[in-house]
Design a protein around this ligand. Structure first.
Ligand code: PEP
Ligand code: CO
Length: 470
């Protein structure tokens, strides 16, 4: 840290003490500009829905958010790796036990590959149980002669191209809460009730995975884990009653986009008196709503949860330092995750000065790579897609940037599903543009399918191992 930066940091601490930073309340965001909010047709209906949600039980507890923050602190220190993954947008229609189980299975399989290969704990955070709301590049969409409000996720409206379907409906906020509660209930049951037992890693292998090259690599790891468990049993360690071996923590996260909804689930922790957004363990701010004086930064700066912020290719170093000061003035390790989404071609060059500046300023952040959102394009067949090769290339550039700057490439943030969809091209199956139409099911962005996800985990593990960082 340079002398100038040191004094800048301490003068901002003095400013905090002097009360220059305005007081935060769960509703203080309302006096800031909030981008990407739906145009609700009736304020009264919106208020009624939000009041109802404010009376509902919290979805998560403050203590759980603190545990996640402690684990993320280990990631910030270079002792663990973050796997944040799940849907781009959860759907009211594709809501079933099988859908949730398959998504979880892929996340757990990726985590096994990463844990085994890197030899460090993997912190598992789903884009799940609340990841509904979507920012859009334009508020309206032209469909034939109709100008319709854009689809903003099932929590707001329906994608069907009619005026009625696209009109934001606050009842959907209530439905999203209930779907999140059921989803989280099943995630907790699966992760604590035996499904995640390390002795079952073989059983997680779906048939189509077992028959593929990445499936066989996975099988090999599963066999080695079985042998390690046998060895531990032979040494007298009771693996069946050891929660570290038969339970896992899978935390929830989503983009905190609809601030009224987030405020309604923000509760004061009886233990510490702090405020927590109890809609998920971790919340993040999207690329389109990260203005320093905007409502989203204002809201998240005051909650005790671990938080994230996406940073795109135009992000400046000065901005990132200001953001760190604002969101994590106490410099708590694990409090702030910066999720870069720069694009495969830009990441190495764009990220390096940011890594250096944050490191020099002494901010302990978790660095995660979202290799999806800046590598999206429209294919010749008219599908919004991503190329598996670009996704790998962005991760490679991210790891190289960290290697060059001596910082820890702490994790990945990806959009995936457990289903055998055809939404991203490439990967082991070499999905072609012409095949996208076969099983293109996403309600928003194209996701990696189960096979591509596992393939990606192997790629990340290899990249990290060969770059001498793990
Ligand atoms: C997302 O994560 O789905 C998203 C919209 O990302 P970004 O804010 O980075 O564009
Ligand atoms: Co997305």
């Amino acid at each position: 840290m340079t002398a100038t930066k040191r004094s800048a940091a301490s003068s901002s601490a003095v400013a905090n003490l002097a009360g220059v930073v305005k007081a935060w309340t769960p509703s203080s965001w309302q006096s800031h500009t909030a981008g990407q909010q739906p145009d609700w047709p009736d304020e009264g209906d919106l208020d009624r829905a939000l009041k109802q949600i404010a009376g509902f039980p919290p979805l998560v507890f403050a203590g759980e958010a603190r545990s996640l923050q402690a684990s993320l602190g280990q990631v910030a220190a270079g002792n663990a790796f973050l796997l944040q993954a799940g849907d781009c947008a959860e759907s009211f229609e594709e809501f079933s036990a099988i859908n949730i189980r398959e998504k979880l299975r892929v996340i757990l399989q990726m985590a096994v590959v990463l844990t085994y290969s890197l030899g460090v704990p993997v912190v598992k955070v789903g884009r799940i149980a609340g990841q509904f709301a979507k920012p859009r590049s334009t508020p309206y969409e032209q469909v034939g002669d109709l100008q319709l409000p854009s689809f903003r996720g099932h929590i707001v409206n329906d994608p069907m191209a009619t005026e009625a379907a696209r009109t934001p409906n606050p009842e959907r906020l209530v439905q999203a809460y209930h779907q999140s509660a059921s989803t989280l209930n099943l995630v907790r049951a699966f992760t604590k009730g035996g499904f995640a037992d390390l002795g079952r890693v073989h059983a997680w292998t779906q048939e189509f995975v077992a028959s593929s090259p990445e499936g066989r690599r996975y099988e090999q790891i599963a066999s080695e884990i079985d042998r390690a468990l046998d060895f531990m049993r032979a040494c007298g360690i009771d693996t069946d009653s050891n929660p570290n071996l038969n339970q896992v923590d899978v935390y929830t996260s989503h983009e905190a986009l609809l601030l009224g909804y987030e405020e309604a689930l923000t509760r004061q922790d009886s233990l510490t008196g702090g405020w927590y957004d109890c809609s998920a363990h971790m919340l993040w701010i999207g690329e389109r709503t990260r203005e320093l004086d905007g409502a989203h930064v204002e809201f998240l700066r005051g909650v005790g949860n671990p938080i994230g912020c996406k940073i795109g290719p135009t992000t400046g170093t000065g901005y990132v330092i200001d953001l760190c000061e604002k969101l994590n003035p106490g410099r708590i390790p694990g409090r702030l995750t910066l999720i870069s989404r720069m694009g495969a071609a830009n990441v190495e060059q764009a990220l390096r000065p940011i890594l250096r500046a944050v490191h020099d300023a002494g901010h302990p952040v978790v660095w995660a790579c979202d290799p999806m959102h800046a590598n999206t394009f429209t294919s010749a067949t008219g599908h919004k897609t991503r190329d598996f090769a670009d996704i790998c290339a962005e991760i490679d550039g991210f790891v190289r940037a960290h290697h060059a700057e001596g910082t820890w490439p702490g994790g990945i943030h990806v959009e995936l599903t457990g289903d055998n969809v055809t939404e991203c091209i490439g990967g082991a199956d070499k999905i072609l543009d012409s095949q996208l139409v076969d099983r293109y099911h996403t309600v928003c962005d194209p996701r990696l399918n189960a096979r591509q996800s596992l393939d990606l985990a192997f790629h990340v593990a290899e990249m990290l191992r060969t770059s001498d960082l793990a």
